[in-house]
Design a binder for this molecule. Sequence first.
Ligand code: GDP
Length: 681
Amino acid sequence: MSYTFALVGNPNSGKTTMFNEITGSTQYVGNWPGVTVEKKEGKARKFKEDIKIVDLPGIYSLSPYTMEEVIARDYIVDEKPDVVINIVDATNIERNLYLTTQLIELGIPVVVALNMMDVVISRQDDINIENLSGYLGVPVLAASASKGMGINEIVEKALESAQSSIAAGSAGKCKVFHGAIEQSLEKVQALIQPLVEKKKYNSRWVALKLLEDDEKIKEKLNVPITLMADIKGFREELERKYDNDMETLIADNRYSFISDIISKTVKKKVKGNSLTLSDKIDRVVTNRILAIPIFLAVMFAIFQVSFGPLGSFTIDWLDTFINETIAGKVTSWLEAGGAAEWLKALIIDGILAGMGSMLVFVPQIMIVFFFLSLLEDSGYMARAAFVMDRILRKLGLSGKSFIPMLMGFGCSVPAVMASRTLENEKDRRLTIILTPFMSCGARLPVYALFAAAFFAQNQGMVIFSIYVLGIVVAVLSGIILKKFLLKGEVAPFVMELPPYRIPTLKGILIHMLDRGKGFVKKAGTVIFAAAVVIWFLQTFSGSLQMVEDPGESIMGSIGKAVVPIFVPLGLDDWRAAVALLTGLVAKEVVVSTLGILSGVGEVAENSIELSAALQMYFTPLKAYAFMAFTLLYMPCVAAFGAIKREMNLWKWTLFTIGYQTAIAWIVAFLIYQGGNLLGLG
Ligand code: GDP
């Protein structure tokens, strides 16, 4: 038999961690709301049955108002998983049960996984799980996803529920509604019975939704007008009787049901109003005056450490390894095998130089991501978003755009996709335009290369300043675009701050290795292919003759044709122009192009000499303008694809990349010309 279990829970309840534990997958875990935007699937290990696990977006309720809620709800009612595993954050049980009561109403077997029980236990709080299960009418099991506790029991219980299909009656046991509301619900349920049978929806749930006047359900079921009129009668009667609107009445019933069972099952050792350690830390890090300096200091420290001696050591070591040990071995093999000159050149000067020049930076980048995931997993990044929200709101921007923007520091592709969480279309478009200004990981090798070559003493500082430049450009662009192009109200945004947690080593390693794997995979595919093409274009002329001077190659001609555009930015060498063009494939390719074009493999033994080669056609000022341009101009093809998909209109897609490239040009121009005026050239 095969089964499908859906994981449903509030954002930040530990759903991704649970998904990873059950499936053995290594999905990226983040300590802030909204990490799971799309649904993910995996298979449960360790069970002989074939069990598919579907991880749905984190949601607080099943109302039809946000995209995530609609995705989750449609999946459950239409695809009918065998069991819904509801992840409940036991430290926040009251709010989490709001969703639980709604899930139970759907009439599909529910198993509640009471997660974060390790925290409950360490606080010496007490939850009477057996009674809780009794009141809810569904199985409840204790778990701690991050400690790997209680996971198998949950899957086993879900299997049991699926096999005995105890769903049908369970909704009846969970007595959320009472009095006139319950009576009306039963009457409506009887009225709509024939209608729901066809769709196999749970009639009690549909009755409730129709009482609430849920448009999406009315549409789905094609409810006849006469029937709707009858239901409207019930609704108006209830609204008159209780003097409140229907949705509020239903929500009130839920809250009082929940607070009643909480009072009977949960005993807290420390009463709610005393300050927790989390609150105390937050007083400092979200303090109006201190917050931003603290954030900047933390980021600065990360870059200082990553681009200090530790990072340099990894680069030197790998550099020697790739460019001396490997290149030396490969050369002698090729010579021993009598390989043709061109083949030797392709392998050493093309492929090895192209991939190697980028790969040497991978460990250093992993160090950066080690620290970033430490910040994220501990919950600090959510505070950064919260603080930024306060500032962005003052500037007229939606704070909600900050989460996709923060994700942009990793990779623009998922970050652009995360903009879906914004309901307001104008805010969403604005976020898509601004997100690529956040410097993604792929751009790091470019900065790392130039910082080492031109700013050896201040590498961390220079790279930090490029990141800050991206943020400043995004904020200023946001203000301008909002004022002239994407006018509108700022949508309210309530961001909940997760408690601080000690990050798990496993979580951080997964994140870090994931990044490293991404780079190595890219080196083996995109960058490999690009290196072959670039080598070819720089070795042959238009008439397919091998040329001595790459300046006369096909690449040279292309570079010389476009270089005038870049001259005002100080980038007057065709090689710089070509590197920016090839960087559109993937930003790391900028580095491999420079590696190949500077003839590193041939003239030099390692990339210390790539630095020397770069110094022939860059000055520190030009290098800085080049880094700024790399940061800001249109993102790589993968991100372009994501922008196109999310914008869904060519007009906006082209505007986005045109705007980004124009801004890149202007900023690099100002840096170079301004620097010259100040005598920095
Ligand atoms: P999601 O947003 O629901 O997918 O939640 P995540 O899986 O990303 O987890 C949010 C945070 O809670 C991460 O920092 C996890 O490491 C942490 N976490 C998850 N499960 C547990 C748990 O059982 N105990 C503790 N102490 N932390 C947990």
